[in-house]
Design a protein around this ligand. Structure first.
Ligand SMILES: [Zn+2]
Ligand SMILES: [Zn+2]
Length: 279
């Protein structure tokens, strides 16, 4: 962990974190863990800068009723966003050399419905008139059909047929078109798998660098955040601050959620691909 920064050099810890990331004595995850317990708004530098910048009236509604809030209008990017940013610049120049050794897997032929497996069916009892399996046997032994069409916008068709003996039908959950659509989706997913694995193996080769560069971007965003730039902050009354920040907080919370999911996915990909990575 970095030394406590002095009041004269309040951001010295950031330079130290930067050096640690660069020489590999700190990992990206360790940096994120550090931020979790870091409270920059309790430092003297933050309090001083805040006092310099905060106004005595709300820039939105004009209220002068204290307390005023110094609100950030700029926010640091999430780690996942920073990594994506790094990938966009880092990977394309490295791709040609990778392609020479690991050619892209050939594209699969398009989905052929004739190769789709037939839809499984159950043999079930059904209405002799409309073949629906939505039938009930009443107490008196007579069967009745409860079939109702579910099509919206057209007159509802109700069967209501009653009968002594159901017929048996091969019941399939999907009609032929829906079954083929599902099978096409399954096929596409599988057909794209070699290409995906090929790409992730490439990304995997550079993952350590992506994480490191991503962590450096996170750190620079942190520097901007804690240094409270005049153009990044506004003065708001409590009510306006709450209202204006709500959309951000929701978006940010969703981002964090998505980021957690991405972390899990990435770990899965890395674990799974570790075994198949071309040597
Ligand atoms: Zn206000
Ligand atoms: Zn019927």
């Amino acid at each position: 962990m970095p030394r406590a920064s002095t009041d004269r050099e309040p951001y010295a810890y950031i330079d130290q974190l930067r050096r640690q990331l660069e020489d590999g004595t700190m990992s990206a995850l360790e940096l994120l863990a550090f931020f979790k317990s870091h409270t920059p708004w309790q430092t003297a530098a933050w309090k001083r800068r805040r006092a310099e910048l905060i106004g005595d009236s709300c820039g939105s509604c004009g209220s002068t009723e204290p307390p005023m809030v110094l609100q950030h209008t700029w926010h640091p990017r999430l780690f996942g966003e920073c990594r994506t940013e790094v990938q966009r610049t880092l990977l394309p120049p490295l791709l040609p050399a990778y392609l020479e050794v690991h050619p892209r897997p050939p594209a699969s032929p398009p989905f052929d419905p004739r190769t789709a497996p037939p839809q499984p069916f159950e043999v079930r009892q059904a209405c002799p008139k409309c073949q629906s399996v939505n039938i009930r046997q009443r107490k008196d032994g007579i069967w009745s059909c409860n079939y109702k069409s579910v099509k919206y916008g057209s007159p509802r068709v109700v069967c209501g047929h009653t009968f002594q003996q159901p017929v048996t039908v091969e019941y399939r959950r999907f009609d032929d078109a829906a079954w083929l659509t599902k099978q096409a989706a399954v096929y596409e997913r599988e057909a794209q798998e070699p290409g995906r694995a090929w790409w992730f193996a490439f990304v995997n080769l550079h993952w350590a660098e992506i994480e490191k560069q991503g962590a450096l971007l996170v750190l620079e965003d942190h520097r901007r955040y804690v240094s409270l730039r005049a153009e990044d902050v506004v003065t708001r009354c409590k009510r306006c601050a709450y209202r204006e920040d709500r959309a951000f907080r929701t978006g940010y919370a969703n981002g964090l959620q998505a980021e957690r999911h991405r972390e899990v996915l990435v770990e899965l990909e890395q674990g799974r691909l570790g075994a198949t990575e071309p040597s």
